[in-house]
Design a protein. Structure first.
Length: 510
């Protein structure tokens, strides 16, 4: 048995996919796709038909047989964000578990984007995609959503999601197109209306200028053939030529000349109009077609988790959190200092808390965002921070991880979980302990700069049970900091069983 083989499966609006990879070298061993369209039910806000659910479970049993043939016991099953919005999503997950024994894990839009980005970034770093511009946009299009992510020299800048995809467009405009003399004009106006706020909502990190666009799509445009061949790259001018030909082409011409499947004919026009608009907005000089999927990114993520790969994509999540903090006018110097102190405390306390590197990332994001609620109202800002974090997508984080980060931010200031049981009981025991530990660390870090004057330049930490001695380096009067620290350290003592104590030394001391 190849213990380094890994299987990952995805159920989406278009169907089911299975990917088996060798985690040692990320080589694809097997890739299987079972088409199964549930978009008609989904975008009409109808339950997914029972027969379709039966077909899902039948396909999954087939996937399990393939995994068994390879003697693979390490595998996962994921469901797309779009499918999770089905009226009977919980029923679907339950039926899958009852009939196959597999637990279905739902992905958020931000996670789907994150994993697709991972796969493309690996290709970019290995020069598999010949880009010539510094600015690169990754555009992920599925049936009902479009995500735009900007990178500058492979460094993440921002990511935005729009409820806009070929199937959703076709469903929304079905009746209108029947009564309109010009389908193209109606579609163009509809897409323009959905993207009208694109420029206005760009974060300050965004950069304008000539770029290249990489399309990650399960829709017909990514399968398009020109002269019976798949073209991985087309220039902007070549794309315009294809656009002009497709615009007035008959269904038969599209099938024969461009390889479009008959079932996807109605989706080609919405998608090509959408991509054309995005190329204009991003000033793209060329368009690259990538066949990387969410599953490729999930496999890479597993290889990293298992220690087979050293890739680190957490920069996307951290930069997204910083962009969010800037949007809500968080005081930058205070935010950076608190984050620095919190991570130093986390690292020095590792023998005590026994938490993971993923938990460290959650603390880092919570430290960056703990004051975003002050944008709404400084009074009880931690409650507003909780709400904002819960309801804002952050690339690379699941909905559940956002809830944990929101809880950490909620308890960084005045209240503690023990005083707020109705809210805290939503988490299971292990998650309560995680939130308590990280919130206690963040409270100490925040107390060291509570007056926003940055009196303390750096800290060192030593554990001398039953005390945690935090040596702070400052040449200023720290009477206020000592008073605030004494108050906020009580929760830390309750959580860790160590009594924090401040010890001051001059900045010149070593």
């Amino acid at each position: 048995m190849a213990t380094h083989y890994f299987g990952t499966m995805l159920i989406s609006v278009q169907g089911l996919q299975l990917l088996i990879v060798d985690l040692k070298n990320l080589k694809t061993v097997e890739r299987v796709h079972k088409e199964l369209s549930v978009g008609d039910n989904l975008y009409r806000h109808e339950p997914i038909q029972f027969e379709l659910v039966n077909q899902m479970t039948t396909a999954l049993r087939g996937f399990l047989q393939i995994l068994n043939d390879y003697q693979i016991q390490d595998y996962q099953l994921w469901g797309s964000e779009a499918l999770s919005r089905a009226i009977n999503a919980d029923f679907i997950a339950d039926q899958i578990f009852l009939k196959t024994g597999i637990k279905l894990n739902w992905l958020s839009i931000s996670e789907e984007t994150y994993y697709r980005n991972q796969a493309v970034l690996v290709d970019l770093r290995q020069k598999k995609i010949p880009t010539g511009q510094n600015l690169t946009y990754l555009v992920g299009i599925n049936s009902g959503n479009t995500t735009i992510t900007e990178f500058n020299n492979l460094s993440f800048l921002y990511s935005n999601n729009y409820s806009l995809g070929p199937v959703r467009i076709a469903e929304d405009l079905q009746s209108l197109r029947q009564s309109s003399p010009s389908s193209v004009e109606v579609l163009s106006d509809y897409i323009d209306s959905k993207l009208s706020d694109y420029q206005r909502l760009l974060p300050q990190e965004a950069i304008e200028g000539p770029s290249e666009l990489i399309l990650l799509s399960s829709m017909p445009l990514n399968q398009l053939t020109v002269d019976a061949e798949h073209h991985h790259t087309v220039t902007a001018d070549q794309f315009e030529t294809i656009f002009d030909k497709v615009l007035d082409a008959s269904d038969q011409f599209l099938i024969e000349q461009y390889g479009v499947k008959e079932a996807e004919i109605s989706l080609l026009l919405p998608e090509i109009l959408l991509v054309r608009k995005l190329m204009h907005l991003t000033q793209a000089k060329s368009l690259h077609f990538s066949h990387n999927t969410v599953l490729d990114g999930l496999a890479i993520n597993e290889a990293v988790r298992m220690g087979y790969s050293k890739y680190d994509f957490s920069e996307q999540t951290i930069n997204a959190a910083n962009s969010m903090a800037n949007h809500y006018l968080v005081e930058p110097i205070h935010g950076k200092l608190v984050t620095k102190f919190a991570l130093h405390l986390f690292d020095q306390l590792k023998p005590i808390h026994q938490l993971t590197s993923r938990d460290r990332l959650l603390l880092q994001v919570a430290s960056i965002l703990h004051d975003v609620g002050a944008f709404v109202d400084p009074h009880e800002h931690y409650l507003h921070s909780d709400y904002i974090i819960r309801h804002t997508s952050i690339i690379g984080l699941s909905v559940h991880e956002r809830q944990i980060i929101a809880a950490i931010a909620r308890y960084h200031s005045a209240t503690t979980p023990s005083e707020d049981l109705s809210h805290f009981q939503q988490l299971d025991t292990n998650e309560r302990l995680l939130v308590a530990k990280l919130a206690a660390i963040l409270r100490l870090a925040d107390a060291l700069d509570d007056d926003r004057q940055q009196k303390i330049k750096r800290i060192s930490v030593s554990i001398k049970s039953p005390e945690l001695v935090i040596t702070v380096y400052s040449n200023e009067n720290l009477s206020f900091e000592n008073w605030e620290f004494a108050y906020k350290s009580q929760f830390f003592e309750e959580t860790f069983g160590l009594k924090p104590r401040l010890k001051q030394r001059s900045v010149s001391s070593k």
